[in-house]
Design a protein around this ligand. Sequence first.
Ligand code: SAH
Ligand code: SF4
Ligand code: F3S
Length: 441
Amino acid sequence: MKNFNGNFCIITYGCQMNLHESEKIAGILSDLGYNQTFDQNNSDVIVFNTCCIRENAEQRAEGNIGALKKLKKSNKNLIIAVGGCMTQQKEYAKSLHEKFPFVDIIFGTHNLEDFKELFLKKLQSKKPVISIEDKEGDVREGTPNLRNSFPNAWVNITYGCNNFCTYCIVPYVRGRERSRAPQDIINECKSLIKDGYKEITLLGQNVNSYGNDLQGVNFAYLIDEISKIEGDFRLRFMTNHPKDFNEQLIKAIANSTKTCKSVHLPVQAGSNRILKLMNRRYTREDYLDKVDLLRKYIPDVSITTDIMVGFPTETEEDFLDTVDLVETVKFAGAFTFIYSKRKGTPAATMDGQIPIEVATKRIVKLIDIQNSINREQSKGYKGKTVEILCEGFDDKKKMYLGRDTYGRMAYFSSDVDLIGQFVNVKITKTGGISLIGEVVK
Ligand code: SAH
Ligand code: SF4
Ligand code: F3S
């Protein structure tokens, strides 16, 4: 049904899951006849796909939604929609409507697949359409997709999360964990590879618990089956949870010629006391054992992580345990965050909230240590030739870029367009985390 003319623009905040969900909203709008643009000023429909994992993600979205009031005044027909994790919180959806009455559609994560119906309803009504479902539904297949991440393709394997880490809002805004049927996932991967995608990234809040709600399948099985698909492609997945990351899975990764030698294994903290308060359900010793096991099967594996500082009651000693763990594991990369209080989570009402100045000092130190580890690791790349999947062109650097199997980014020049191709790149310059090289035949 291509009934409409005009442009749409989607602004996404948050994780890869949200990026992919924006591709689904784009698919729905594109099926209606709209064209995608990345220019808000030239849009007839603007969608915000929001995130509420930390306060700053919310503030950014709010600022940008507020700024659209002017645009709405100059273009009366402009439709503004806000969805995602922020608006899944009913209370928040209500206050958003009060604050920004010019927003036309407000929806949540549980009814993203209904976006077409909500959109058509809005076209027939002067009033805003506000629709937030309390409960997550069953897994729904068949939502169209307009993918924006070639040569990578995101593929959902689970939705929701059952872990309830005490700091985290995700289980409240994404509902309980649901796994997609293995055949639906495998068929999607097959068709993506047939269409020329060179990298598949499987998505779930905790991919390691894939299949817990199904019969006779688990994540290792999925890796095995996807690896059997013919074609030249790479397989990645995120995110892992250390409590469910086991030897069977490590073997499946090690045996798969398609799976990249890169594992994102969020540790969050190095202190057992804090890990317990976070309800992570592993100790630092468990974590270090899993790292050892992973390195036993895949000696050159690169391990990246997420770390949080300033969790309630975190002492200097607890923080030094985190520093010690970082220095012991020598991560290939770490995303570091200052704990952000999320209303409705158990940690929000814990005593001993840490002042922002203390947390800031800690994160600065942590980033410094991680940077020096990365600089050291980068040196080892000099003179090496690595296989890069070319992902794009950097307009500022005027160079192509892509990643190796370890997830390391490299930049290189080329007269011809290499996007979507595997290229051998000899690394000539190493700095912080990214590398510079030249294409070799
Ligand atoms: N499901 C994934 C990722 C969830 S969100 C996992 O369990 O690893 C990504 C990261 O955001 C988390 O790993 C955590 O480090 C961080 N995060 C989550 N809630 C946070 C909060 N309230 N404050 C600061 N960082 C948070
Ligand atoms: Fe949040 Fe924990 Fe679930 Fe990750 S595993 S999404 S951090 S509750
Ligand atoms: Fe944010 Fe929702 Fe992802 S809270 S991190 S967009 S699951």
